[in-house]
Design a binder for this molecule. Sequence first.
Ligand code: AMP
Length: 525
Amino acid sequence: MGRFLQFAELCQALERTRGRLEKRALVASYLATLGEDELSHAVAFLGGRAFPVSDPRTLSVRGLPGPRRGQGDAPTEAQGEPLTIAAIGAAFAEIADASGSGSRARREARLLQLAARASSLEREYLARIIGGEMRTGVSDGLVLEAIAAGVNAAPEAARRAALFLGDLSAVAMLARRGGAAALDSAEPRLFVPLLPMLAEIAEDWAAVLGAHGGETVLEFKYDGARVQIHSDGTRVAIWSRRLSDVTGSLPDVVTRARGYASAPFILDGEVVALGGDGRPLPFQELMRRFRRVHDVEEALGRMPLALHLFDCLMIDGRPLIDVPYAERFAALTRVTGGRDLAERTIARAAEEAEAFRAAALAAGHEGVMAKDLKSGYAPGGRGKRWFKVKTPETVDCVIVAADRGSGRRVGWLSNYHLAVVDGDGLAEVGKTFKGFTDRQFTEMTERLEALAVGDDGYTVRVRPDVVVEVEYNEIQKSPTYPSGLALRFARIARVRDDKGPGQATTLPELRALYDAQFHRKGRAG
Ligand code: AMP
């Protein structure tokens, strides 16, 4: 019988423990004391959740009535029968299920009953669970490690199982019932959405082809919203990138999916909203439709959707997570009969890749994705197996300093510190040594030496005078630059002698470009 007092004492101990390993050991040995019926609740409580993630219920209460620890009162003892994890789980369920007239009063009364039975220590942690914040320094990752440690499994096995089951409590139950072997053989399940696989931004084609072993599959990068479609042949469910259920907003996609074969299947793709002229509409328009549940019918007529599928994570009930992308795409083609697929080509050279990218841009898309045909599907993972290759954009920057070159660039000032206009001053946003020919390096070195105002032997600071047009692949948030932003993969496109330093891009303009990039990327939904 898991007493809640033990849970509260565990939390108190966790709060006082700094080391991750010690925390993990505390959690693991605590979980081992619990029965099956309590494990699932306790794992949820550890994460400051009243219910496991897979249970959509909420308590809908303002907080726990009564005093909290450290609010002046002397510690109080528990009253009556000791509180157990199971009793709290049952009370939470009653509270969440209360509905109809007078339900609010009933919820509060039930909560008061719980509070009355709790000691002050128990009340503190009960309040934190209800408030959704434990402050014990125990992350979901640490709980997963503790679950793995409890059955001598690798932490990776528990993390993987969590991706497939979508719920820490379910992972704890799986480990309890089947041990390490069960964790190792966890697989995706129909109607349990998986985090979508993500892409890293690529510097150039050489980097892409190098990472993919000389051969990559390129696909149009559609500017829409990610969808994951699950079907058992009758029921269809669709989730967004953030795993909200968007089935109700996409009846036309549901109808399409009903026409596919080889269920049970799980498919991954992108939906794009089309305007009256058949061209893609801005991403915000599509989001509006995602949020609309009431007049979907009307939206359907006004905003048809195009579906572009690119992955298949289950076919005929068989998970495909670990099979190479080439095979998953073949399975996808079987499921859809070749319909609704992303435009793609296989490239082995930069020229071929560049031609495909040009075609994607000409068709109005954001860029291309480059995927490794040999790689498995990594739910929630961002890495070099999937790259996004976007068109470089440009800003005008002022050179404010330069580092002395080494190796092949010795003798030149070759790594240029780039800044944008920030009010009356300048704010650094990046550095680059890319884009110049040897001759341009020589000329720029002479020019900057004439502008030098400081030299520490490595970096020469210069009077801001030279403006350069800089290509970049992405603007990132930067913890190091006071401007807060940094250009990713910057390279100098040309020197802008027609511009003075006051005419360079400004920091507010750069922030706007950063925001626009964020919206276009479809992170919402
Ligand atoms: P980003 O949001 O910039 O990291 O780009 C990744 C997003 O591009 C994915 O989450 C998808 O929503 C979207 N996308 C569009 N076309 C594709 C494609 N062919 N393959 C994978 N993702 C795509």
